[in-house]
Design a protein around this ligand. Structure first.
Ligand code: URA
Length: 209
């Protein structure tokens, strides 16, 4: 099976998944979308109201802002793969629970990362950041690339956070503006830059790569 077929198969499985309780309240599961050979993969937290209605990631206000951020670096959403940590909306937009994250990422996100094999993963918000960079604090590490198993992981604030807290807007804009350079330089970056990033980094991440 090629990557496109694998991604389609994952999307089909996601759409009828009953592996955690989030399936009870969803309207549509949201597998994610984008080219199977994308260099960049964005991982958000989980579908919100609009995503649950449409079955597509980042189609509400946060998605509009994400599209603006992409446009500023010369990219459109069609050129990147966009998905979430959990594929079904947590009721009332509550935080995804650890067991939900574990089941969903092991069953689906790991396989999506393997199939796409992106050069760069951008985590949006603390939940997807902590999956890849356990114990990191987003206020300390946002915008700082970490190389994990040959792939660059760049933690960023969630676009919705910047919409709620205006002072984060220039911060996320600045972090995004670094992306083209980071992608170009990715092979020369080998060490995590924040102390938080060093702890427990390897063991917990193995299944993702
Ligand atoms: N927030 C997310 O984390 N993901 C979406 O798809 C939409 C909003």
């Amino acid at each position: 099976m090629n990557s496109e077929q694998i991604l389609k198969e994952i999307a089909t499985e996601v759409s009828s998944c009953t592996m955690c309780e989030l399936h009870h309240s969803r309207k549509f599961a949201v597998p994610g979308e984008g080219p199977e050979n994308s260099d960049i993969m964005f991982i958000g937290e989980g579908p919100g109201f609009h995503e649950n209605e449409q079955g597509r990631p980042f189609v509400g206000a946060a998605g509009k802002f994400l599209e603006e951020l992409l446009a500023k670096i010369g990219l459109s959403r069609e050129e990147v793969f966009i998905t979430n940590l959990v594929k079904c909306r947590p009721p009332g937009n509550r935080d995804p629970r650890p067991e939900e994250v574990k089941i969903c990422t092991k069953t689906y996100l790991d396989r999506q990362i393997q199939a796409i094999n992106p050069k760069v993963i951008v985590t949006l918000g603390r939940f997807s950041m902590n999956l890849l960079i356990p114990n990191a604090k987003i206020s300390n590490v946002h915008g700082q690339p970490v190389q994990i198993k040959g792939r660059l992981v760049v933690p960023m604030y969630h676009p919705a956070a910047a919409l709620h807290q205006g002072s984060l807007r220039p911060v996320i804009e600045n972090d995004f503006s670094q992306l083209p350079r980071l992608i170009a330089e990715r092979d020369s970056i080998s060490q995590p830059q924040g102390d938080e990033l060093k702890d427990e980094q390897e063991p917990k991440q193995l299944s993702l790569f």
